[in-house]
Design a protein around this ligand. Structure first.
Ligand code: UDP
Ligand code: MG
Length: 167
């Protein structure tokens, strides 16, 4: 079954210069990249992304982690992969959430670590099911940033607003 999946290269992955390596590993899946961008992550975006964990003791640290506060790099790389069994294939390559338990040949097993505060710095996020993928893709991307129509979209009139252009 064709699926879409949100991938984030988290701030530790960027700081460790793992972008090329992670994309090479993911290319083994033969899936198609249908969107990609660098994102500055606001507190609101990070908290919304991880809202299912808001009652966990590590939530505040997790939000700081995704915002790049722990790696002095306030950005993540967001991508959408599309194709057959995309979620299972990408989750398989990513490995288990806990980098110490992840298969050592997986992305998280190879490059993740647990901080002294107990947070799993596991270099990559991968949506874990189709419903989560839809919620996350709509949170991180607008329809026009994706080169295929993944979900129904509509056109709305936008009142004139200021925007930045090249000087
Ligand atoms: N996390 C953590 N400790 C835990 C569980 C999760 O630090 O006991 C962090 C970790 O960075 C993980 C993220 O919270 O990637 C989201 O957790 P989730 O359970 O959704 O795992 P994932 O889907 O990322 O494998
Ligand atoms: Mg998850």
């Amino acid at each position: 079954m064709n699926q879409k999946v949100l991938i984030l290269i988290k701030p530790d992955g960027l700081k460790k210069s793992l972008t090329g390596n992670i994309l090479t590993r993911l290319s083994e899946t033969k899936l198609e990249i249908v969107a990609a961008k660098m994102v500055r992550v606001s507190h609101e975006l990070a908290a919304e992304h991880y809202k299912h964990l808001k009652d966990k003791p590590f939530f505040d640290e997790l939000v700081r982690y995704l915002q790049g506060e722990l790696h002095d790099r306030k950005k993540v790389m967001a991508l959408i992969y599309w194709g057959k069994d995309a979620i299972q294939k990408c989750r398989g390559l990513a490995g288990a959430t806990n980098p110490e338990e992840a298969d050592p040949t997986s992305i998280r097993g190879s490059y993740g670590r647990i901080t002294t505060k107990g947070l799993y710095e596991n270099v990559i996020h991968v949506s874990s099911n189709p419903e989560e993928a839809e919620r996350e893709i709509k949170l991180w991307f607008d329809p026009d940033e994706i080169i295929v129509d993944l979900y129904p979209a509509k056109e709305i009139e936008v009142p004139p607003a200021k925007k930045r252009v090249w000087a």
